[in-house]
Design a protein around this ligand. Structure first.
Ligand code: SF4
Ligand code: SF4
Length: 178
């Protein structure tokens, strides 16, 4: 009987707490001092602050990737496309493409876990707006290395410029060992 009363009280307080949050947010929409979004963040000049573990657009280090396909295999929506070819001198592969289709990616971060060389992480960028679906296809091998690997440096302008780059900017780990 006691647990029945406890459950009843907990249910009532939970409902009241939820309604209180709703009431606070509803009231704040009528606050005459409420600022617009751009007054808070001056977007896009001053990006919105995100949590350290925010799962934004990826950061990728083309100089370290060994083209093992682990990230592509584990991706639940098959949105990582890796092109590679054998290096002429020495062992291993070099990347010809490393493209992520952000019209399919759901930012689950499953691709980060299996990477044996820690060269792919979720970044802190949240804006990759474009006028066509082509802008959602990001080939990280065509981006400048500091943009592709920076935590919050991926941006629509860099992606648009990368569409005109014909060859990978770096030959991968094998290029470093030469
Ligand atoms: S975050 Fe998830 S959906 Fe996006 S590329 Fe990685 S595994 Fe695929
Ligand atoms: S990013 Fe990591 S898991 Fe994906 S192909 Fe490169 S080395 Fe392999």
């Amino acid at each position: 009987m006691l647990s029945w009363w406890k459950n009843l009280i907990r249910a009532i307080t939970t409902v009241i707490q939820g309604l209180w949050v709703t009431l606070r947010v509803w009231k704040s929409t009528y606050d005459p001092n409420r600022k617009t979004f751009t007054e808070h963040f001056e977007y896009p000049e001053m990006p919105v602050q995100v949590a350290p573990r925010y799962r934004g657009f990826h950061r990728f280090d083309v100089t370290t990737c060994i083209g093992c396909d682990q990230c592509a295999k584990v991706c639940p929506v098959d949105c990582i496309y890796i092109g590679k070819e054998r290096v002429e001198n020495g062992k291993g592969f070099k990347l010809t493409h490393f493209t992520i289709d952000y019209s399919k990616c759901m930012f689950c971060a499953l691709c980060v876990e299996p990477c044996p060389v820690d060269c792919i992480f979720m970044g802190g960028t949240l804006d990759l707006s474009s006028y066509s679906r082509d802008g959602a296809l990001v080939d990280f091998t065509r981006l400048p290395i500091d943009v592709a690997w920076g935590r919050a440096t991926l941006n629509p302008t860099a992606v648009a410029e990368s569409k005109a780059v014909l060859s990978p900017v770096h030959g991968g780990p094998s290029e470093q060992s030469d």
